[in-house]
Design a protein around this ligand. Structure first.
Ligand SMILES: Cc1cc2nc3c(=O)[nH]c(=O)nc-3n(C[C@H](O)[C@H](O)[C@H](O)COP(=O)(O)OP(=O)(O)OC[C@H]3O[C@@H](n4cnc5c(N)ncnc54)[C@H](O)[C@@H]3O)c2cc1C
Length: 435
């Protein structure tokens, strides 16, 4: 039996890749740090899914005995030349690999402003993930602020769960938004329809365009947010402020394999192959573009890994999704004016409490890190490193192994993972783990 194709990440890209690769009979091992499949957009597991594409992919995988899911296991480092080190709740494991598809998704770009570290202030997608995970927001007043279409999806989730969206604050002005809508009408009808449906679910919510956050205020937790719109300042009382300024590809797993990164995303060719032989990448890690791009790229990677070729409709779907991705980047890249949100007394590195005023004299990440400890806390610069790239134009901090924090026991005592033992954690029971 040939070694399994390993798919890292069970979001839309990973599920599509696993389905395409396993359709040929090839054994596939799907690994995710979450116990349930679905990634960001299909968070919460199969019983909560409303998107038929998710259920179809999962049903196909469940029906194939040669597909195995290992949930609740995070890949943290290499364990030798062609092996991965994984950390799971019940111990550390190593898994040899021959062919891997990296589908590691994206994370939010968090930008600092006064009060952003107060309890009750979260990322926009972060609040959505908390709600999907069961955090109650019924009766709570929520401000959703930042830029980009994710804000609409987050506001709709808040409303659906009984929260009151007291303001939706978009940094881009009406002109930019009208131009984006016109381009959707021209070549992305499905996306336009989705936006209109979201807008209908948000009827009555105050939509402040061309507005930005000045500060979050409160004693002990957020009580109000200060905003500026067209030169006028206003304060809005709230229980939560969810701020999103777009997404940024998660590059840790690609870094673990040594894959080339181009313009902040994993570089791939037309078959989704990375610069490293035996490693493919798909989904948000190769550029932010949403679920359709993740599905199309995942499918193409999954076919290529088993020597198959995509058909014309796969390539068309990817082309359309990548064009949408470029439109998103062009329409919602954070504007330089957002830098003004961060004042000298704003905390930039929240792990080590480093202020913007302490960072300003430095000319690059390395000297800032050495002299202020910015980026040396538990998140290892994942949040403040990206913020500093935006604020000061510094090159992103390089990633070191282990690419995610791991316990000393994990680094010292891994056991070798055997796919036949993992078979007990077949997709039928995604919660199950093994060692
Ligand atoms: C916080 C957040 C909220 C979002 N909400 C929406 C939304 O409401 N609507 C929308 O259209 N789009 C949303 N998106 C965009 C969304 O990411 C994409 O549309 C889609 O989910 C991308 O699919 P993907 O498979 O590329 O990545 P993801 O869905 O992010 O899947 C990546 C998977 O990789 C796993 N993973 C990463 N690193 C490791 C590791 N080291 N070890 C093991 N597993 C790992 C993760 O656990 C995750 O399950 C959101 C994105 C974020 C970051």
């Amino acid at each position: 039996m040939s070694a399994p194709v390993i798919v890292l990440g069970a979001g839309p890209a990973g599920l599509a890749a696993a389905e395409a690769a396993s359709a040929s009979g090839q054994s596939v091992l799907l690994i995710d740090e979450n116990s349930a499949p679905g990634g960001q957009i299909w968070r919460g597991g199969p019983q909560r899914w409303r998107d038929e594409r998710a259920s179809r992919l999962w049903e196909a995988l469940r029906a194939r005995a040669h597909v195995t899911m290992l949930g609740g296991a995070r890949v943290v480092a290499p364990a030798g030349p062609r092996a991965l080190l994984l950390e799971a709740a019940d111990g550390a494991l190593t898994q040899p690999w021959e062919k891997v598809i990296v589908c590691s998704g994206a994370r939010e770009l968090l930008l600092p402003f006064p009060g952003w570290t107060l309890p009750g202030v979260t990322g926009a997608g972060g609040l959505q993930a908390l709600i999907k995970g069961g955090m109650p927001v019924a009766g709570k007043r929520v401000v959703v602020a930042g830029t980009g279409p994710l804000l609409l999806a987050v506001a709709a989730t808040v409303r659906e769960h009984g929260g009151e969206v007291v303001a939706l604050v978009e940094h881009r002005g009406s002109g930019d938004l009208a131009r984006f809508a016109a381009k959707l009408a021209l070549s992305h009808h499905g996306k336009l329809l989705q936006s209109l449906q979201l807008a209908a679910r948000l009827r009555g919510v105050p939509y402040l365009r061309g507005a930005s956050v000045l500060a979050a205020e409160g004693s002990g937790r957020i009580e109000r947010v200060l905003l500026r719109q067209r030169g006028r300042e206003k304060a809005i009382d709230c229980d939560f402020l969810a701020c999103g300024f777009g997404l940024t590809p998660s590059l840790e797993l690609a870094a673990l394999f040594g894959c080339a990164v181009e313009q902040g995303r994993v570089g791939v060719d037309g078959a989704q192959r990375t610069s490293v032989q035996g490693v493919w990448a798909a989904g948000e890690s190769t550029g932010i573009g949403g679920v359709d791009k993740a599905l199309a790229e995942g499918r193409i990677a999954g076919l290529d890994v088993v020597g198959g070729a995509p058909n014309a409709s796969d390539l068309r779907a990817r082309g359309t999704a990548q064009a949408f991705s470029a439109l998103l980047a062009q329409s919602f890249a954070p504007l330089p004016s957002l830098r003004a949100m961060c004042t000298g007394s704003t905390i930039v590195c929240r792990c080590e409490d480093v202020l913007a005023a302490d960072l300003a004299p430095h000319t690059g990440w390395r000297s800032a890190k050495l002299q202020t400890r910015a980026g040396m806390g538990p998140c290892q610069g994942r949040v403040c490193g990206t913020a500093c790239t935006f604020l000061y134009g510094w090159e992103a901090p390089g990633l070191r192994q282990p690419v995610f924090p791991a316990s000393a026991a994990t680094l010292a005592l891994p056991q070798t993972l055997r796919v036949d033992t993992v078979a007990r954690a077949h997709p039928e029971s995604p919660q199950q783990q093994t060692n």
